[in-house]
Design a protein around this ligand. Structure first.
Ligand code: NDP
Length: 333
């Protein structure tokens, strides 16, 4: 499959211009272009330019307001609610982030429920800046039904990613970010676009039969990772991002979605914790480093996020490899 090399700023400009062409204003287009660019430069192509068609479709159908101005409400000293008023999630996160950080540094822990947003992005783009501010960070969001509850036959849970970030002094934070499904739907879409088979055990077709054909799995459903254990994590995400924030469960989001191919309206739950306030001193950083060293003593290990940071450094000098198929699709927009 052929690729085109683009600079990071060319990726950003392409994303931003496309979003503005479909009606987003400068601020909203920039917020989304930022996360698309971060995904491309870190080698997370399933959440990069490949998503532009979905973002554009949603602006075109009017489901998302590309000129929205999210509002922030302090519901309690440690609860900062962001209402996106139908914006894409990156815009609401940009608006709320500093409020969350400030509340966590005051209270030790703070929660940011996000409502009225449309989430289509990789969660690490959200926890990493909070961890860079010296806080441990957790985020999760639901989607539309795509994953079967353990023992069931019909998709009910979203692919429901969770991300956790741990701050490190003088180095990028440790961040892991993973879907509750065996494979993220974006990766299945990428396999379908590029004509790859899926590994066994990723999903089932629309009749509930195991399938390795990504197109059949996109019509059917995914399986949760780790059987009933991943299934419970997906359930937890539904509760935190839905019932806890006052937004929808995945099945409710799907029921009112217009099916335009873009992200449905849903909620997100985000939490930040100040380790210095929880522990009462600043020794947590060195203590954690000893633990990370222990992990890395073992051959074959690495910390989550290290692949991305290697890619980020390479992209800054060598540019980003963008799939020709994805670029053709963006240009066709
Ligand atoms: P992966 O399985 O690719 O990776 C999950 C995590 O594991 C990453 O943090 C990765 O770090 C880490 N990792 C991978 N291999 C190793 C290893 N050998 N040792 C240590 N750590 C490792 O992610 P998923 O496919 O589950 O998810 C992809 C993306 O999809 C996520 O960004 C998620 O937020 C997004 N998503 C978004 C949804 C939405 O509705 N908005 C829905 C579902 C998913 P590294 O990056 O460094 O490889």
């Amino acid at each position: 499959m052929s690729h085109i090399t683009m600079t990071v700023s060319e990726v950003h400009a392409l994303a931003k211009d496309t979003l503005m062409k479909f009606g987003a204003d400068d601020e909203n287009a920039s917020a989304v272009a930022d996360v698309i660019t971060m995904a491309e430069q870190d080698g997370c192509h399933s959440h990069g330019l490949m998503r532009l068609a979905g973002y554009a479709a949603t602006l075109k159908s009017g489901k998302v307001n590309g000129k929205a101005r999210p509002t922030v409400t302090q519901l309690a000293p440690a609860v900062v609610q962001v209402n996106g008023h139908n914006c894409f999630a990156p815009m609401a996160l940009k608006e709320g982030r500093e409020h969350l950080i400030k509340a966590a540094k005051t209270c030790g822990v703070a929660i940011m429920p996000l409502i009225g947003i449309h989430h289509f992005a990789a969660l690490w783009t959200e926890v990493e800046p909070v961890a860079e501010a010296g806080l441990a960070a957790f985020a999760c969001t639901s989607y539309k039904p795509a994953v079967i509850p353990a023992g069931g036959t019909k998709a009910l849970y979203g692919t429901n990613p969770i991300a956790f970030g741990w701050p490190r002094s003088g180095r990028p934070p440790m961040v892991f970010d993973q879907a509750s499904s065996v494979m993220a739907r974006g990766e299945v879409m990428l396999a379908a676009r590029e004509g790859h088979e899926l590994p066994k055990g990723v999903g089932v077709d629309s009749d509930g039969n195991p399938s390795t054909d990504p197109n059949e799995v996109l019509k059917g459903a995914l399986l949760a990772f780790g059987g009933h254990k991943g299934s419970s994590i997906a359930m937890m995400v539904e509760l935190l991002a839905g019932a806890m924030t006052g937004e929808s469960f995945s099945f409710e989001a799907a029921a009112r979605d217009n099916g335009d191919g873009g992200p449905p309206q849903g909620g997100e739950f985000m939490m930040a914790i100040d380790p210095s306030l929880v522990r009462g001193d600043d020794d947590w950083a060195d203590h954690a480093e000893k633990f990370f060293d222990k992990i890395k003593e073992q051959d074959g290990t690495r910390l989550p996020g290290e692949r991305r940071h290697r890619n980020r450094a390479a992209s800054a000098t060598q540019g980003v490899e963008v799939s020709q198929i994805v670029l053709d699709k963006v240009q066709a927009l």
